[in-house]
Design a protein around this ligand. Sequence first.
Ligand code: ATP
Ligand code: MG
Length: 499
Amino acid sequence: MMKDLKNTDISIPKEALNVLETLKNAHFEAYFVGGCVRDVLLGRTPKDWDITTNATPEQIMVVFPDTFYENKFGTVGVKNKEAKVDTGTTIDETLRVIEVTPYRKEGTYSDFRHPDTVSFTDKLEDDLARRDFTINAMAMDGEGDIVDIYKGQEDLAQGVIRTVGKPEDRFQEDALRILRAIRIATELGFTINSDTQKALENSASLLKNISRERIRDEFTKIIMSDKPLSGMVLAQKLGILDYISPVFRETFGIEQGGAHSYDVWEHILRSLQHAADKKWPLDIRLAALFHDIAKPQTRRKGLKKWTFYGHEVVGERVTRETLQGLKYPKDLTEKVSKLVRWHMFFTDTETITLSAVRRLVVNVGKENVWDLMNLRICDRVGTGRPKEEPYRLRKYQSMIEEAMRDPVTVGMLKIDGNTLIKEIGIPAGPKIGFILHALLEDVLDDPSLNTEEYLKNKAKNIAELPIEELKKLAEQGKEKQAIEDEKELKVIRDRHSVR
Ligand code: ATP
Ligand code: MG
């Protein structure tokens, strides 16, 4: 069962508690540690339940039936087959594997990221001392009692990120902590203690030593937080932004004029923030952040105002290069780049025609059209203009549906011209088209007639008619087709309350 903790609403899931208690029953010490303790105390649901113990990896593996050695500094993954959330049948990902790590001490660091040596220790204090921030350096037993050597609870209460030990040393050891500080501050809405912040600013250039993948992971967490705008501004203020990507700084102070109240930097951040406010996924958030990234290099002085012709074309390239550089997966990179490429489409309001929307659907892909619409909403809100006129938004939505719907055509029929020629022996020529349209009328009157058998029979019969007769039947079919098509469009338009 779940265990209720003293001061919070979060309870420890039984799967995690079992692992802890199994270790204790085998006479080892065992504690929850790090991020999960922090999150429990904050009343947030932890992303993972890490355990630390005085058992060695070998001893841990003996105690549990199903483990695997993760080969990263002694951590053993304990698999939880039964891990199910109480109500459903789905396995809660955070409980599938519980990571158990022996108390560890780290030696010196010479690559700004990994300790040169790692040794196990039998003291919990040593393990807490190697952790990055005071709020991440607490341990908790199964009763909810906290071991807090560095006043992590005080910092939690004040909302402060502070390194364990001397900040210069800690960032020097592992430069990833610089980005973790910003990411965790952003996720939790915390401030960074001033000494920690000073050291962080002074150490920024050490981020050069950190792999792009690790930087990407922290950047993604900043973007996926509730307040990515603050996170990006913080990264900028502390001189970290360039190490994520140097492309952002180009947008600082680039005035746009016209309908825009903000420079490009503030505009893309506000667009991003709107995507976060809507809880939209990573691809849309990245597209919102990157959509105007090439405005600086395409800006020209027009007659009355600035112009940015082609910024979406250059922007597509810059976006792709930047996301590739950050080692994002190819499909995500392509999707975001595409959204950037076509983001101008819905701004050209007066001239949008249904056939233009059809072309767009081909260009951006059926599966991405609605995301493009959402990007447009971010763009609009990020401009500081009032929300889209509701009618216009509905009109766009209706047009997209109209463009994507399968129109009423002879293509709907269960047989085609080829069948008529090859199986029924009607010679190729205008007759074929007439017959198909005549058949379409029947099917539109009664959709249940759309079977191969019925259509073939009917085709055989009417094929005997004089061509003039057939032509008349076809005309009726076409009329019916136009009426039915219009009806379908009307259904869509009515649903969106547009004309
Ligand atoms: P999240 O909520 O994203 O899981 P977290 O703080 O739990 O955040 P993890 O990567 O899960 O981050 O790390 C678990 C714990 O390990 C941290 O809380 C911290 O105590 C310690 N830790 C992680 N990375 C570092 C690091 N680079 N330097 C020192 N300690 C670290
Ligand atoms: Mg964690």
